[in-house]
Design a protein around this ligand. Structure first.
Ligand code: FES
Length: 187
């Protein structure tokens, strides 16, 4: 045995300590990656510009004329941890045929233009009501009364192979109100 060699029991304890240190470092590295990855994705997502895509809301024939329906859809750029935040909704109303326009739709955002609360549709009165501060909108989405500064935002929509689609995740804002721009397969 050399002059600096440790007794066998101390050697054993030293190698156990080294192993435990390595294991702790390894677990720390794994935890950093697991917990940090969503943050990296979040910040990367803020830099990356997502292009708008068209999301199907349903078959054209599934929307009866002059009936407003609340339709859900999933954000095409959702992350596994988004939960309910990945879900979107729109009010869809099939309008009567006007002139050569065979299928005509009104697709409105469900969010109040005051502070963004979800509005509800009341077919009996033909009004959308906001539960937060009493904003009221007519059935065509125009502002009727209350604090909202304008009517409900319109989604861009189009019809492709018999499916009604909206442009998403392009959300309406005061600067970009998503003026309706219908495009049909007949074009
Ligand atoms: S959020 Fe709708 S009236 Fe205020």
């Amino acid at each position: 045995m050399s002059q600096h060699a440790l007794p066998p029991c101390q050697e054993k304890a030293k190698s156990r300590r080294s192993f435990l240190e390595l294991a702790a470092q390894g677990m720390g590295a794994v935890a950093t990656v697991v917990l940090g990855w969503p943050l990296v994705q979040y910040f990367a997502g803020n830099w990356k510009r997502n292009d708008d895509v068209w999301v199907a809301l349903g078959k054209v024939q599934d929307f009866p004329e002059n009936e407003t329906r609340r339709v859900g859809f999933l954000n095409p750029y959702r992350h596994p941890w988004d939960g309910d935040a990945a879900k979107g909704e729109a009010f869809v109303r099939k309008l009567p045929q006007s002139g050569a326009e065979k299928d005509n739709f009104l697709v409105l955002s469900v969010n109040c233009t005051h502070l963004g609360c979800g509005v509800s549709w009341f077919p009996e009165s033909g009004l959308f009501l906001c539960p937060c501060h009493g904003g009221v909108y007519y059935e065509n989405g125009e502002r009727a009364s209350g604090p909202p500064p304008r009517g409900l935002y319109h989604y861009d929509w189009r019809i492709v192979e018999g499916l009604l689609e909206i442009r998403s995740p392009h959300l309406p804002t005061l600067q970009d109100t998503l003026t309706n721009n219908p495009k049909t397969e007949e074009e």
